[in-house]
Design a protein around this ligand. Structure first.
Ligand code: C5P
Length: 232
């Protein structure tokens, strides 16, 4: 059986969201974003171990959320780093189960559906060394220079907005993190630098990243709809 471990980088300050607390501790319908994310990921029973990278000055608070969360996976909390990639590095170093597949999931994506996590794990189990969920981009995307002038329009049909959880064969992710001294907004981009192919599987719009206050409103609407659908 494949052993699956998960790292949840949750050490961001959430400056674009505003408010006094780090983003992972902000609540959505009465539950922290972190607990939503823990529940969403551990809905996949194959995930046996989760390491959360916490803001260095909020480790105790993050640990309290992890301890009280209603999830069956073993959860460990470690201090995160200055950049997301540092937090992921620290999280991976704390995994104890020697996983075959490592998922990395943003705490800031609290509503990722189970089907997305399953798709990512299944593709890794099927032999893909690196797998990311993605959705088609609906806006037209233009590259601009410093003066705001358009350099080019990127063909939209070639673009995907990439989400998490991203899944990796453990040795591939370890190598990418070891070799690269760079930081990145996602983990797959470090793997791409190794020349390892990265597969995109369908993501889901519910897996949005909560970045700005508007995203919290969208997430609330998604949760309300889920509750209505559930009682129907
Ligand atoms: O800033 P952004 O929303 O893109 O961050 C994505 C994820 O990475 C969030 O869950 C955030 O908590 C995490 N992060 C981290 N350590 C940092 C910066 C961000 O764990 N230094």
């Amino acid at each position: 059986m494949t052993v699956v471990g998960c790292v949840i980088p949750a050490a961001g300050r959430g400056e674009r969201l505003g408010g006094p607390l780090p983003k992972a501790l902000r609540t959505l319908r009465g539950m922290t974003l972190l607990e939503h994310s823990l529940r969403a990921i551990s809905a996949e029973r194959d995930v046996a171990e989760i390491v959360v990278a916490a803001p260095v000055d909020y480790v105790a608070e993050i640990r309290a959320v992890a301890d009280s969360s209603a999830v069956s996976a073993t959860i460990r909390v470690v201090p995160g780093g200055a950049e997301r990639t540092d937090s992921v590095r620290r999280g991976i170093a704390a995994l104890r189960s020697d996983p075959d597949v490592i998922l990395v999931h943003d705490a800031a994506r609290p509503l990722v559906p189970l089907e997305v996590t399953r798709r990512v794990i299944a593709a890794c189990e099927g032999g893909a060394p690196a797998v990311v969920p993605g959705v088609p981009v609906t806006d037209t995307v233009k590259q601009v220079d410093e003066a705001g002038r358009v350099v080019r329009t990127v063909p939209r049909s070639d673009l995907r907005a990439i989400q998490t959880p991203q899944g990796f064969h453990a040795e591939v992710l370890a190598k990418a993190l070891e070799i690269s001294s760079e930081t990145a907004t996602d983990d797959a981009s470090l793997v791409e630098q190794l020349g390892v192919p990265v597969l995109v599987v369908p993501g889901h719009h519910d897996a949005l990243k909560v970045t700005r206050p508007h995203d919290l409103m969208t997430a609330e609407a998604i949760l309300r709809k889920r509750q209505v659908d559930h009682v129907r």
